[in-house]
Design a protein around this ligand. Structure first.
Ligand SMILES: [Zn+2]
Length: 263
């Protein structure tokens, strides 16, 4: 195995881990906002139930006044009816009394409706307040849990960044740049394990002489997949040694392979 490949593999692992941690960290603002949103919605429900209750109490006072006014009017007409001189005037007042009593009845109906609605709003306020209290109690704990996870993720990030710096320091700078160029093109995966006789990432067949070279314990060359340009490696040298004899025999029968492709 190429002496730097082992470090590049470590770099690859730590980079994938960094991606995962950063992705996790990026979700925290949304998670906190969701907790906040639940409390906001509950507070809005309390406010809207209280508004309903307030309106119904205002209406109730207004209808109470209506009932009183129509009652007084009916009384006034009744008092006047005792003093009128003509039958016609008496009839007219009787009509007014009847009308006032009808209006009073209607106002009483409206008042009763408002009283029932008021009780309903009182219940709604109680339910909404209880829900808010519960949400505020749990959202505090949720926020603390999310904050705890966030702090832990920040620590993981710092540790992974330190591990990356260590790996980067162990290989030549141009090789790190080369690795990063390939990683950028391939979603962070710039190394490909050889599986069977193919690239483990894109599946393309690898030329026998490349396999042969790669499997040499003394190999100090970097080989790339000809198709996806990723850096090739063998995960297990014991397997590689077993395959070496097979490919050596196979390559003897084939035309000479093209040189390894450098990206
Ligand atoms: Zn490939």
């Amino acid at each position: 195995m190429h002496p730097h490949l082992k470090v590049l593999l470590e770099l690859q692992a730590v980079d994938l881990r960094l991606n995962e941690i950063r992705e996790r960290l990026s979700r925290f603002p949304k998670r906190l906002a969701e907790v906040e949103m639940r409390a906001t919605t509950a507070r809005q429900q309390v406010a809207s139930a209280k508004d309903g209750l307030k309106t119904s109490l205002t209406d109730r006072k207004k209808f109470e006044l209506d009932v009183e006014q129509w009652k007084e009017r009916a009384k006034k007409y009744r008092d006047q009816s005792y003093e009128v001189k003509t039958n016609e005037a008496y009839k007219a007042l009787q009509h007014e009394i009847q009308n006032a009593e009808q209006e009073m009845g209607k106002a009483e109906d409206r008042l009763l409706e408002r009283m029932v609605a008021g009780e309903d709003y009182e219940r709604q306020v109680k339910v909404a307040e209880a829900a808010l209290k519960e949400i505020e109690a749990t959202s505090g704990a949720e926020r603390r849990a999310i904050q705890g996870e966030y702090n832990a993720a920040q620590k993981e990030l710092a540790a992974a960044e330190a591990a990356r710096a260590q790996a980067v320091a162990a290989v030549p700078e141009d090789l790190v740049e080369h690795y990063e160029r390939i990683a950028k093109r391939h979603n962070g995966i710039s190394l490909a394990e050889v599986r069977g006789e193919s690239c483990g990432q894109c599946g393309v067949h690898i030329r026998p002489h490349v396999l042969q070279q790669l499997q040499r314990p003394t190999n100090e060359e970097i080989f790339h997949c000809e198709t996806c340009t990723r850096i090739l490696y063998f995960a297990d040298h014991s397997v590689a040694a077993a395959q070496a004899s097979e490919t050596a025999a196979a390559s003897a029968a084939e035309t000479p392979a093209a040189p390894a492709h450098e990206s």
